[in-house]
Design a protein around this ligand. Structure first.
Ligand code: G1P
Length: 297
């Protein structure tokens, strides 16, 4: 029987330079898509998958994330007095009821692998998720979110699983890229993995997207991993080490990913989530149709 996956690690210490100046004083994970910040979508996904401990690996300037998942008594009282019960519920609902939150500082900007290693004392000897909040994954019409889909694969094969998506060949240098061997339509056994290769070096067009379900053995691999691409300790390099001793699967998930670490991807997400937002969709669609008609003039 495979162990349950009860911990999720959210590496949120990055500088968010691609979104400057918006991210000068506030975290990129707090960028809103319509009315919810990116990190809240990620936390909701983890809670829906049954996670009981949320580990945020933070840095300076990330206080807003802690505050977002905590109570604000002044605001609650104000909403109570103004008789706005729906808004009150909405802000209270943000606070995870079924999970504990742990905040760990990543004191040196040494990359994603180092961030995951910072969470090791909380992870212990259990499998865990790593969730990159700037990859926002929507699963319209699907029963299971991407973590729940990966959990099914993990329960079947009892090994680490990373989310995969095929990307345009000229984008491979933005991702960890795998050399896959097909197991079935959606599952691949990973034979090697390389961080941000050039398009000539890339072993395929299958990229790792920001969802990982990892066995605890990755932690000892991370301890042995030196600085790689960009002078940082790369999770990808630790995965390459892991797969020399343990199976590693890639899972081509069902759903639509928005790269919200990129301005265009972020705008696309805002547009799509606006078009299905219960309070906005009709008016927003009418506005867009009118606006598009003007584009060619
Ligand atoms: C990180 C990982 C990369 C992965 C990507 C997914 O890169 O290092 O392997 O493909 O996330 O979003 P980053 O986007 O942080 O540069």
């Amino acid at each position: 029987m495979s162990k349950p996956v009860r911990t999720a690690v959210f590496p949120v210490a990055g500088l968010g330079t691609r979104f400057l100046p918006a991210t000068k004083a506030s975290p990129k994970e707090m960028l809103p898509v319509v009315d919810k910040p990116l990190i809240q979508y990620a936390v909701e996904e983890a809670l829906a998958a049954g996670v009981e401990t949320l580990v945020f690996v933070t840095s300076r300037n990330k206080r807003a994330i802690e505050d977002h998942f905590d109570r604000v008594y002044e605001l609650e009282n104000e909403l109570l007095e103004r008789e706005k019960p729906e808004l009150l519920e909405r802000i209270k609902d943000i606070i995870p009821r079924t999970a504990a939150s742990v905040y760990i500082r990543q004191s040196a900007a040494l990359g994603l692998g180092h961030a995951v290693l910072c969470a090791a004392p909380v992870i212990g000897n259990e499998p865990f998720y790593v969730i990159l909040a700037d990859d926002l994954i929507d699963v319209p019409g699907k029963e299971k979110n991407v973590l729940q889909q990966m959990l099914d694969v993990y329960h079947e094969y009892d090994c680490s699983v990373v989310a995969l998506e095929r990307v345009p060949h000229d984008h491979v240098s933005r991702y960890g890229i795998v050399q896959p061997r097909k197991v079935d339509q959606k599952i691949f056994s990973i034979e090697s993995i390389v961080e941000k290769p050039t398009s000539d070096e890339a072993p395929s067009d299958l990229a790792v997207i920001g969802r990982y379900l990892l066995m605890p053995e990755i932690l000892s691999c991370l301890e042995k991993t030196g600085r790689g691409r960009g002078g940082e300790i790369q999770l990808t390099d630790a995965l390459e080490l892991l797969l020399s001793q343990n199976p590693l699967l890639g899972y081509a998930f069902e759903g639509k990913r928005y790269d919200c670490g990129d301005k265009l991807g972020y705008l696309e997400a805002c547009m799509e989530f606006g078009l299905k937002h219960p309070e906005l969709k009709e008016e927003f669609k009418a506005y867009l149709l009118k606006r598009i008609a003007l584009l060619d003039r």
